[in-house]
Ligand binder design. Structure first.
Ligand SMILES: NC(=O)c1ccc[n+]([C@@H]2O[C@H](COP(=O)([O-])OP(=O)(O)OC[C@H]3O[C@@H](n4cnc5c(N)ncnc54)[C@H](OP(=O)(O)O)[C@@H]3O)[C@@H](O)[C@H]2O)c1
Length: 263
């Protein structure tokens, strides 16, 4: 249960090996009230061991979960819910090679399942549990990519749009006190997901995302951008005429390396 000082005790991470998720967990652990972290993902053994070695006073467990195996995700979450969670992080994601994703239906569908459908199932199951327990915070890691389609990452972005749209609607449907949804839209973040790409202006670290999550977890706006000034950059880019927007792109189609690479 989140205590009176906003300290979190039990966390479920969907996308358990995500570098951003680990930074968030580390930030939540700063208040020293963290009791249990369950890392859900495909192959969690080494991830669980390394988190245990960093947080000896926290009960770190693994939950086997493949987000492409839709139809079984809710049952897996329900079975592992135990005494409940204060916070569920949806931090899974896959950034496919855009060119392959445009040509190979299997690559496109895999991205859609991980970035949207699988996390929709996980998030919907978590919300049912939150309603039963009468409390909980769902943190959804979206992306500034949702703000405008880009020629070099629109397959990735299309899944993110679905998840973001769902989460924003959900945030408006709850009272925002006992049950809260926090939607986080980072620009480019230095993790293994983006390491092979040229660094864009306003690229940030996982710890920046983590600080924004911790700051807004129990109160504040239900949608945040990281860094926060990206909100205004994207608000401007969103309204540029399409021919201009396309010309700003590194591929001649969109503003990635020049503005704020919205992964
Ligand atoms: N890095 C960026 O520039 C950036 C920018 C904006 C938003 N984001 C978003 O931030 C979130 C975290 O990304 P990150 O940067 O921390 O990257 P990351 O370290 O690569 O994390 C991605 C996570 O997704 C998991 N995943 C992929 N396919 C899965 C599947 N089929 N089933 C279950 N889990 C699966 C990965 O697990 P495996 O270890 O099994 O692959 C990993 O835990 C993602 O939603 C990403 O889209 C990232």
């Amino acid at each position: 249960m989140i205590d009176g000082l906003g300290a979190v005790q039990d966390v479920l991470v969907v996308g358990g090996s995500s570098e951003i998720a680990h930074a968030i967990v580390a930030e939540l652990a700063v208040k020293r009230r963290l009791r249990r972290v369950v890392l859900a993902g495909r192959s969690m053994d080494s991830t669980v061991s390394s988190m245990r070695s960093l947080m000896s006073d926290v009960d770190v467990q693994a939950m086997s979960l493949d987000l492409t195996k839709t139809g079984s995700i809710a049952a897996t979450l329900n079975a592992g819910w135990g005494n409940g969670f204060d916070v569920v992080l949806l931090t899974a994601g896959v950034l496919p090679d855009q060119s392959r994703a445009e040509r190979d239906p299997a690559v496109a569908v895999d991205a859609a399942l991980v970035n949207y459908v699988g996390q929709l199932e996980a998030g919907t199951a978590a919300m049912s549990k939150f309603r039963e327990q009468g409390r909980g915070v769902l943190v959804v890691i979206s992306s500034v990519a949702v703000e405008r389609p880009r020629v070099d990452n629109f397959v990735y972005g299309s899944g993110k749009v679905g998840l973001d749209y769902w989460a924003i609607g959900l945030a408006d449907s709850v009272d925002g006190k006992a049950i809260r949804i926090l939607v986080v839209r980072p620009g480019m973040v230095r993790t293994r997901m983006s390491r092979h790409l040229p660094e864009a202006p306003m690229t940030c670290d996982p710890s920046d995302v983590a600080k924004a999550v911790a700051k807004n977890l129990v109160r504040g706006p239900s949608t945040v951008w990281v860094p926060s000034r990206l909100r205004w950059v994207m608000a401007t880019l969103r309204h540029l005429p399409r021919p201009i927007f396309r010309r700003l792109s590194p591929t001649g189609a969109e503003p990635s390396g020049n503005a704020a690479d919205p992964r």
